[in-house]
Design a protein. Structure first.
Length: 241
């Protein structure tokens, strides 16, 4: 499936000089799209997506984010998972718009405090260059450290506006009886959102260890459909020793 080949964390950490672990042959958006197509093909026709009210007010559980000292309050149906033969660790589950997947990335390198500030300023510049109602760049405390949130449109703007979405034939990631790729009618260049939460935790004097949560393959339309739930979800991010 032709999707924006965006690694949101790469932009988050570029100013820090920290490289992302890109071991897979396919970008997360493609992996997620294929996973969704396979899941949808296996779903009973009667299965329905949770409603917004079910997501907001239904039973919750505390989900520890793998080996991160972090947790989220998530619906009971959400869990940890993996993609790319276990190389990509995720947290996610069903939402009203479909499956939501958040990638967990831990960097081995440490960064200096001035690197954090530089990244913050670069994120603000990017948001200013792509004016949109969804934009957010915010640095705030989290436990003994800080979390830097960025939410912007991934695609470059054209004449100060995001590019128009175009419909066409897109690959599903599945094959027909003859082993040939199947296609469906869809948006060839969907508007994707880069939404990351980069957590900086003190590790030594003047240095931070870096962990990040980044939404994978999140379309603008999906975000708008699940905005209230996703905002509630990410506000529950907590530090846990």
């Amino acid at each position: 499936m032709k999707r924006w080949r965006t690694w949101a964390l790469a932009s988050v950490l570029a100013g820090l000089g920290v490289a992302c672990d890109d071991k897979g042959d396919l970008p997360p958006e493609v992996l997620r799209a294929r996973q969704q197509a396979q899941q949808q093909a296996a779903m009973p026709a009667t299965r329905t997506a949770p409603t917004t009210q079910e997501l907001l007010n239904g039973p919750k559980k505390t989900l520890r984010l793998a080996n991160f000292p972090l947790s989220l309050e998530v619906p009971k149906s959400w869990n940890l998972g993996s993609m790319g033969n276990g190389e990509i660790i995720t947290a996610g589950g069903p939402a009203n718009s479909g499956e939501i997947t958040i990638q967990l990335v831990q960097q081995g390198q440490q960064v200096l405090a001035n690197g954090l500030e530089l990244t913050y300023q670069e994120m603000k510049k990017e948001a200013q260059s792509k004016p949109h109602a969804i934009n957010r760049v915010e640095l705030r405390p989290l436990g003994p450290g800080k979390v830097l949130e960025q939410r912007v449109i991934s695609a470059p703007f054209v004449n100060g506006k995001p590019p128009a979405e175009v419909w066409g034939d897109v690959e599903t990631g599945l094959k027909d009886a003859n082993g040939l790729p199947t296609t469906t009618r869809g948006i060839v260049n969907p508007l994707m959102i880069k939404w990351t939460f980069t957590v900086f935790l003190p590790s030594s004097e003047g240095k931070y260890s870096v962990r990040a949560l980044t939404f994978m393959g999140l379309r603008l339309a999906e975000y708008e459909q699940d905005r209230e739930f996703l905002e509630q979800l990410m506000k529950s991010l907590k530090y846990e020793e």
